[in-house]
Each structure stands twice: as C-alpha cells, then as structure tokens.
Write a protein that binds this ligand. Structure first.
Ligand code: XMP
Length: 513
C-alpha cells in the first residue's frame, strides 16, 4: 500500500484517484498526523508528498517526519512535496516572484533518461500544469534535474539510486498530458502489481462505517439519485438494520419519481425505508418565496426537521448518512487536509443548517461520480439506477426560478418527462451528463389554433461534464430540438414557448438557481 502525506493541496484527492485508476491502494494522511511511529506501523511500499499552500521558506512550515527518507522506499514529492524534500535532504528552495508559474507550462527533458519519465515525453515540449511561487534553487546531494521549464529549472528532479523523485508540476491534474503515465511509472518502480479493485474499496468502506457507527443508529437521506442510493446500499451492507432510509417527498420531485424510488428500494433491494410525504409542509413554507438562497435554506431546514422527526419516530438516531461526493467537499477541505464535518450552506440536501442533532456519515466523500457508479455496480445496483442523471436535493425548486407554485411544478413535471423521453428515444441519455427543463417566471404570447395564448416559457438544459464542476451544453441537432419543442407545446398545457440554454459552466451553473 501507498501513503500520501497531505500538505493541503486542493488536488490531493486527485492523486488518490489516479492511483485507484491504476488499481493501487492508497491512504491520504494529513501531515500533522504522520509520525515516525505511524509511518513504521503503516509500512508503506511508497510515499507521495502532496502539494500545499505553504512555503518551505516560512518558519514552522509543515514537514513529514525525516524517517520518511529512511524507509528505503520510493518517494515522490509534488510541488510543495518536492520542495520540502529538497530542503530536508540538504538542498535549497527560494521564492522567485518573476519565475512563479501558474497554469499551463511546458517542460523539456534533459538528455539523461529516467525511469519515472519512461515513455512520457511524446514531444519535445510537454504540457504540464504548474502552480507555484517557490522553486528549488539548489539540489540536494544525489539529485539531478531530468526536465526543466522556463520558470522551473527543476521541473523534474531525481536521485535515481534512492528512488527519490520530485516534480514541480502537478501530474495528477487533467491538464498535465500523460500524468497518468508518470504515476504508472512510479508505481512500477515501487513494485506495485496493480491488483487492487473496487471490491476491495467496498470492503474497506464497510469496515470504516462499522468502526464509525459502532452500534449506533443511522438514518440515510435517500433522494433516489445514484450517490445516496449507493451510500444507502453500502451502509446497509455494513450495519444492516441499524440503518433506516428516509425518502422525503418534498413535492418537488419529478413525475412518478416517488413510486420508482420507493418501489426500487423497498421491494427490490429490501432496504428499510420510510416514505415521508411532506409536500404540504415544504410547499406551504416556500409559498411567496422567490430568492434562490432563501428557497434553498428553507428546504435545507425542513429536510433536517423531517429527518429529526423521523429519527424520533424510530426511537432516536445518532447519525445522518449522506451521499456527499468529493467534488461537493473539494472547496471545504481544511488546510490540514483533515476531513471537515462542517456542513456547507449548499449541496447534498441543500442549504443544511449548521447545527443538527446528528453526526454525519459520508462514505463516498473521497470518490468521484464515475467511481461511485463503479462501486454501485460492485454492490449490484441495477444499471438503470446507476446511469441516472444527477438530481439535486432541492429538486424542482431550483428549476423554477422565482416563486414556486403548484401549477408551475405540474407543468414542469410534464414537460420534463417528455424531454427525457425524447432524449431516451434518440439514444442520447447516456451521452448527456444531466438534462432537465426549467420553467421560466414569464408568460409570453403565442397563437395556437387561431387563438391567442399567454402561457409560460420553458428552457431545456442538457450538459456534458465529467464531475459537474465544469460543463458544456450538449449540441443537439436542430431536428431534435424542433421535434422536442413541438411535442412539449402540443401536449403540455401552460407552455407555449421552448428555448434551449446554451450556457457552459462557468460562467453559468448547471441548475438555474
Ligand atoms: P450547479 O448548478 O452548481 O450544479 O452547477 C452542479 C451539480 O450539482 C447539483 N446540485 C445539487 N445537488 N444538492 C444536490 O444534491 C444541491 O443543493 C445541489 N445544487 C446543485 C446539480 O444538479 C448538478 O448536478
């Protein structure tokens, strides 16, 4: 197994992800929890020192224990990790305003070949992603440069004899070409077989849930989306009937959604499920509210109220489980890299209040969406469920800009069902990351059957994305758009105009609110 020592980089989890893709087991430990004793006990086969926001030139800047370099195993330092390694092994790091590099940069290999870079340089200049102000100005004894960039003479350094490597750039990010190959080389050098799988992750996650929960009771907020479904099934495997799932029908669900989700979990998967029909509560509290954040906050508060009420009904619960994914927490990872349990004002069940009487269980918080889908397959969830487009906790509320009315929600449900049906019929569902209709808070004039209409306009949204953090609009054919608009206008009373939203993210967001 491999140990990643985290110095607080925003992309540390991406390193773990690259390693999992290469079927290698790793753990991320915040630097301030790693000691000589813990290192000896962990007995890593290789160590990666992550990047981080600190400067090694600063007093008290974070360090790994010196014994990391005495384990006799390969070490890879990335950015801050490289600098701290140089400093500790007798080199020097300086701050260079002029040579700070952020974003795209190009590195060139020196003449001497290096195992770590085997097959890596496809061209003379290789695109990498940098983010540094400091750089190595004097190498530690035993080290030589193997690649350089205009701003970093030590873009790649190594002491090949001891198998210590450092890169100034981030090989784990998508914009570093062939970063995966660099990790593959490192793992090969360290002797990993690449035989670790999602099945092993499942076992490990189950053990971690059992450890966290003990004999406590857990309620799981089930939305019917893939994340909470996978979380629920995983937790159920771990603790059986200590788990109760709650599916909150807030009156903001899509057409037939409640029946599908309840049928699937109660009848098909045999999970203990409470179907809390609270649409009156949610819709009455949302009446007259049109500010997006206010709507989200109200929904978040009511969710918690319902969870707490449900918890009381089942005789108390100690934990609330959620299908939070890594992209949901990416911005809230604390500097020390320690998992933060503070709930942010958006995401997951939408604007959760800071205080609630239960602790959180979030078994997917290290995973990315595609990994969650793989874990879902591993757990035997039907493909139809695994492939579902994401659906946000606040539901149709954030697809109904302005004031929410029952009439608008009904129109939205009908239009959305037709749109998704069109997408499925044309075989496009799996190509699209997420698609939905938003109903606009305006009425426009139309003419139908020689009569005047004055009805709502709606917008179709469809995006491609890898993780929901960035997205592009889906390039439907004009025929598809025309056919869909006609179907919606002909069969949904209340809509007389259809538009297509071609905004990417950024600058837009995927949802309308
Ligand atoms: P945005 O609109 O921020 O959405 O570009 C990115 C992804 O997150 C989903 N989303 C949410 N999911 N609770 C959720 O569970 C929320 O409050 C929430 N807000 C947005 C959105 O559907 C998209 O997939």
């Amino acid at each position: 197994k491999l140990l990643i020592i985290d110095f607080g980089s925003q992309v540390t989890q991406l390193i773990a992800r690259r390693l999992r893709e290469l079927n290698v087991y790793c753990e991320i430990h915040p630097f301030n929890t790693v000691t000589d004793a813990s290192l000896a006990e962990f007995a890593p086969q290789a160590v990666i020192l992550s990047g981080g926001p600190a400067s090694v030139a600063d007093e008290g800047s974070p360090r790994p224990p010196a014994s990391v370099f005495e384990l006799g195993v390969p070490v890879l330092g990335i950015c801050y990790g490289q600098q701290v390694m140089m400093q500790m092994l007798g080199g020097e790091v300086t701050r260079h305003k002029e040579s700070a590099e952020f974003g795209r940069a190009y590195v060139t290999a020196t003449d001497e070949p290096l195992d770590l870079l085997k097959g890596w340089f496809a061209s003379d200049k290789h695109q990498v992603w940098m983010s540094h102000g400091d750089h190595v100005s004097r190498l530690a004894p035993g080290f030589r440069p193997f690649a350089t960039s205009p701003g970093a003479p030590c873009a790649v350094v190594a002491d090949p004899d001891r198998h210590f490597y450092g890169t100034q750039f981030h090989p784990e990010v998508h914009h570093t070409e062939n970063g995966r190959e660099l990790y593959a080389n490192f793992l090969r050098i360290a002797g990993f077989e690449g035989d670790w799988t999602m099945a092993a992750y499942r076992e490990q996650a189950i053990a971690a849930i059992r450890k966290q929960v003990g004999d406590g009771k857990v309620i799981c907020a089930l939305s019917g989306g893939v994340d909470s479904s996978v979380a629920a099934v995983l937790i159920h495997e771990a603790i059986g009937d200590q788990l109760t799932c709650v599916f909150v029908d807030h009156g903001l669900l899509r057409k037939d959604e409640a029946d599908e989700v309840v049928g699937m979990f109660r009848d098909h998967l045999n999970l203990p499920l409470i179907h809390a029909n609270e649409s009156e509560l949610f819709l009455s509290q949302l009446e007259g509210q049109s500010d997006p954040e206010t709507k989200r906050k109200i929904i978040g508060r009511l969710f918690i109220e319902v969870f707490e009420k449900t918890a009381r009904e089942i005789g108390g619960a100690d934990f609330l489980a959620q299908g939070t994914l890594y992209p949901d927490v990416i911005e809230s990872v604390s500097f020390s890299g320690g998992p933060s349990v503070t709930i942010k004002s958006h995401h997951n069940v939408g604007g959760l209040p800071e205080k609630m009487g239960m602790k959180l269980v979030e078994p997917l918080r290290e995973l990315f969406k595609d990994e969650v889908r793989e874990l879902g397959r591993e757990l035997g969830l039907p493909e139809k469920f695994i492939g579902r487009h994401p659906f946000p906790g606040p539901g149709l509320a954030i697809r109904c800009p302005g004031e929410i009315t029952r009439e608008k929600l009904e129109i939205l449900r009908e239009a959305d069902a037709i749109y998704i049906d069109q997408i499925r019929k044309h075989g496009l569902y799996d190509e699209i990351w997420q698609a939905f209709v938003a109903i606009l808070p305006v009425r426009t004039v139309g003419v139908m059957g020689d009569g005047r209409t004055y009805d709502y306009a709606c917008a179709l949204r469809a995006v491609t994305s890898v993780d929901g953090m960035t997205a592009d609009y889906y390039p439907f054919s004009h025929e598809f758009l025309g056919e869909t608009a006609t179907r919606i206008i002909n069969s949904v009373r209340g809509i007389n105009r259809v538009t297509y939203d071609i905004t990417s993210k950024p600058p837009g967001t995927i949802e309308w609110e």
